[in-house]
Design a binder for this molecule. Sequence first.
Ligand code: AMP
Length: 217
Amino acid sequence: MIKKRNLVFLGAPGAGKGTLAQILCQEMKLAHISTGDILRSEIKNGTELGKKANSYVTSGGLVPDDLVTDMVGKRLQEKDCQNGFVLDGFPRTIPQADLLEKVMVKHGIKLDKVVYFEATEGILIKRLTARLLCRKCNTNYNTVFSPPKAKGICDKCGVELYQRPDDSLETAKDRLRIYNVQTAPLVPYYKNKMLLATINAEQAKDKSYPELLKVLV
Ligand code: AMP
């Protein structure tokens, strides 16, 4: 069993945060809060928030801090978060981290650990551009490292897989540039708060998952 249950997963796009968050949350009954998944679903459903976020998500830019922080603040108050949660892809800027802290203090929630998924840029580009996702259950595949059993079809749902438009080579490079400028400073930020644990995210998930569990005991 793990003791640390209120978590932030930090790392560049393609580092495998979503993949390990899905496995961990299912096994430990934690709420998986992926801001990217929520935004994509808002866009698909044509909501007000979706309309505001669309151009940023499509171009690989960051959605304004207040919009995302509001969204996360509301989500954290839902009942399933009481048993613990993984924030996957949030915070992505120092102002978002400051706002998160305020929201948590307000609602009496304590952050237990920030897990940093460390990986080099070459691997990230390879992973992002070969990534495929299930339209129904969001499971991640990779045409090189972890292909589905049947080409282009989800092993679990039998549904067609798709490539995220922002996983094209050009947009993936832009997202990594933005990560380096806006999000990477969160590594020393959380280190200073004594919350950071680093895992080697260059390995396959059967190696990185046990490493993740170790830092959460
Ligand atoms: P992800 O699925 O985490 O790669 O996120 C996909 C896209 O959603 C990002 O490129 C941003 O446009 C947007 N997004 C997700 N999380 C955030 C966040 N915390 N702050 C701003 N934009 C975000």
